[in-house]
Structures are given as C-alpha cells and as structure tokens.
Design a protein around this ligand. Structure first.
Ligand code: GLU
Length: 382
C-alpha cells in the first residue's frame, strides 16, 4: 500500500489548479430534512466557489439532489424508489435544483448553466466532443456549469447510477486538475469508522491497490447512491486522466476553505499530469479511423507544438467522423502524430490546402480554425 502523510504541496495543487470539478452529494445538500436544501450551507459553498472564480480558476459543479428534492413532491419520502419513480422525482427536483444554483450564484454575479448528461454522452466520441466544446465555451464566458445525470432518459443499462462516477468522467473529459467529492465522510479509512472504532484515516493515496479497494466496504442505505466503493472507482477514472481527487466532508460549513487550510481529507494523486495523460490516451488507446498526409511545413509546425491547419493537408484517407481518431503521416509515409479530428472526412476533403479563413465559404458554416487542435494532438515519439 502506498500511503504517505499529506504535504503542503498537495494543498498547492488545489491553489494552483486551473480547473476544478466539485461534486456535491444528495446527503449533504439536503441534510436531515428530506426534500429540503440546506440553503445556508449551499450559499456559503458557492461563496467559496466565487473566490476560486475571482482567482481565475474554472469551476464545474456536479450536483446530485434532484431525486432527493423531487420525491417530496410525489409524496415518496421514505424507502427505496423504483427507477421510474426516481426519474419522475428527478424531473421535479432538477428544475428546483437548477433555479436554486442560478439564484445563489447570482449573488456573486456568476451565471449558472445547466448540463444534463448520460453515460452515452461521455462514451460516444461526437457527443463527448460536443459536450466538451459547450462546457469549454461556458467556462470561457465565465459561467459555472452545473451538471447532473439526465435521469429522465437514462435507463438501467445506460445509467451512470451515481454522480461520483459522473463527476470523474466530467473531470477527465474537461482535463480538470482537481476533482473534489464533498461527502458525508471526511475521507478514506482502513475500514468503516461508523462500525469500527479502530479504523485509521488515510490522508493520501498514490496508488489504488487491491488493499485500498477492499477498504471501501458496502454503500450505506439512504439517499446517496454512492458510498466509498463508487468514490474509489471515481478516483481510478480521475487519476488515470491525470486529475487529483479529494474526498472531503461537505457536511460542515466552508468545506473548501478547510481543505485549503490543510484540513482533514483524503487525496488521490496521479502520476501523470492532465495534458500528458490525455495525450497518452490519444497516442495509445484508440483505433484510428483515417489518415491525413501533410506537407513539410505542417510537420514542422506540429513538432513545434502547433495545431494542424487545413493548409498543410495534402491527402485524406479512410473514413472518419468529427471527433474520430486519425493518424498523421508525412509524405515519406512516416507516422508523425495522432489526433482527434474536428471535422469529418468529407469536410477535410473540402478544406485541405485552404486557409482557415476560407472555412465558412467552403463549408457553408463556420467551424474551428484547426483540423486538429494541439490539445487533441499527440506526437509519436521515435
Ligand atoms: N442524479 C441523481 C440526483 O440528482 C443523483 C445520483 C447520485 O447521487 O449519485 O438525484
């Protein structure tokens, strides 16, 4: 087991993070009174979010609570709900949840944006790319995206099921530096501290071993569908994408300030930085659908860390859609790089050899200046 004491450098990861995802669980949002939000707590938390925003940090919120809020209006206060009851409750609760975020964030002149996602949206490359573009644009405009699972359309098979996993997928998709899971427990223990008084607290995890996995135990009964098991799964997704993850107690007031002051929480730290992790994923894990053959100028530009523009493309092969993986070759048939194409094969055929400024007149609509943005491009090392 690789466990060490927390270091100030870990808190610095949060201070220096460019992009932070904060997941708020149902149990801490609603507290002990079913169907009602702990509004003072939420307002205080969003004040902390406003401080991050003023520091120039992007914040994305993944909020549960739609079902917990909505079930009261269906008269379903107690007991386990069937999937269709959860979906009905979520539809009623989500509209309330969104307006609450909108209202409370507006106190700090922050605009809230609602995004509802299903598992399929993060798996399918085109929808993944669309969601990522929209969220990136919202962040560019200074808004705070508030994300939840689209419970209305998610059936049992295509559900995330819990927002810990959804938050980790979002953190990976958006290249976040830190994911904070605010929960009703202050971190990971060697066993469940509610049952075992000898359970020891673990401040930092460098590697998620079987031993760590076994510490998770079974999920508790109640509103939250997560528990420690889904948090460990979330940690796996986050660290694989180069994102640090924190489990912290969100029950108390000002939980983010407490983390920044070195308060008790568990950190899961990645070995890879976010950008490298994503590039490693592009370089290694997908099956390319097409090939682009580029000229010498474009090869030089790519090696200098630039994006691939239409002007440098000589030939296009294979068949690919927007968001698919393509391989890039020079004229001597050497593989130079791999990347995610912002355009389909038909579109690249029309654009190749032309200036980015001509994109709108060639396609009839405006799009990205780059065929492959440098963030979506991985150089093949030789
Ligand atoms: N999407 C569910 C809700 O908003 C929450 C799922 C979870 O808590 O993990 O109520």
């Amino acid at each position: 087991m690789t466990v060490q004491n927390i270091q100030t450098s870990d808190v610095d990861r949060l201070k220096q993070a460019k992009r932070i995802v904060i997941k708020i669980g149902s149990a801490i949002l609603t507290g002990d009174q079913p169907g009602f939000v702990r509004q003072d707590w939420l307002q205080a938390l969003l004040k902390e979010v406003a401080v991050f925003k003023r520091n120039g940090q992007d914040v994305i919120i993944v909020s549960s609570g739609a079902i917990a809020l909505g079930r009261r209006h269906l008269g379903l206060i107690n007991g386990k709900l069937k999937l269709e009851e959860k979906q009905a409750a979520a539809a009623i609760g989500q509209i309330r949840l969104s307006s609450l975020y909108q209202e409370l964030l507006a106190h700090d002149q922050i605009v809230a944006a609602q995004i509802l996602l299903t598992l399929g949206d993060t798996e399918d490359r085109q929808r993944h790319l669309n969601a990522r573009n929209t969220i990136n644009n919202l962040l560019k405009f200074g808004a705070v995206p508030v994300i939840n699972e689209n419970d209305t359309v998610a059936t049992a098979e295509i559900r995330f099921g819990d927002n810990d996993r959804l938050a980790a997928r979002v953190a990976a998709m958006m290249n976040a530096d830190v994911l904070i899971l605010l929960s009703d427990i202050d971190g990971l223990y060697t066993s469940d501290p509610r049952k075992n008084p000898n359970a020891t607290f673990i401040p930092i995890v460098h590697k998620i071993t079987d031993e760590i996995e076994n510490m998770a135990g079974k999920p508790p009964v109640g509103y939250s569908s997560g528990g420690m098991i889904t948090k460990i799964t979330a940690a796996r997704i986050a660290v694989a994408a180069g994102c640090s993850m924190i489990i912290a107690n969100g029950k108390e007031m000002w939980p983010l300030t407490k983390i920044l002051q070195g308060g008790r929480c568990t950190w899961f730290v990645p070995t890879l930085e976010p950008k490298n992790a994503k590039k490693a994923w592009i370089a290694g894990s997908l099956k390319p659908s097409g090939q682009l053959i580029i000229d010498e100028g474009a090869v030089r530009a790519i090696h200098h860390g630039k994006s691939l523009l239409p002007a440098g493309i000589l030939r296009v092969q294979g068949d690919f859609k927007r968001g698919d993986l393509v391989t890039i070759f020079d004229t001597q048939n050497h593989e130079i790089a791999r990347g995610l194409s912002a355009y389909s094969k038909t579109e690249v055929e029309l654009l190749k050899g032309h200036r980015s400024g001509d994109i709108e007149s060639l396609l009839g609509y405006d799009g990205h200046d780059e065929i492959i943005h440098r963030d979506d491009l991985a150089i093949i090392e030789r």
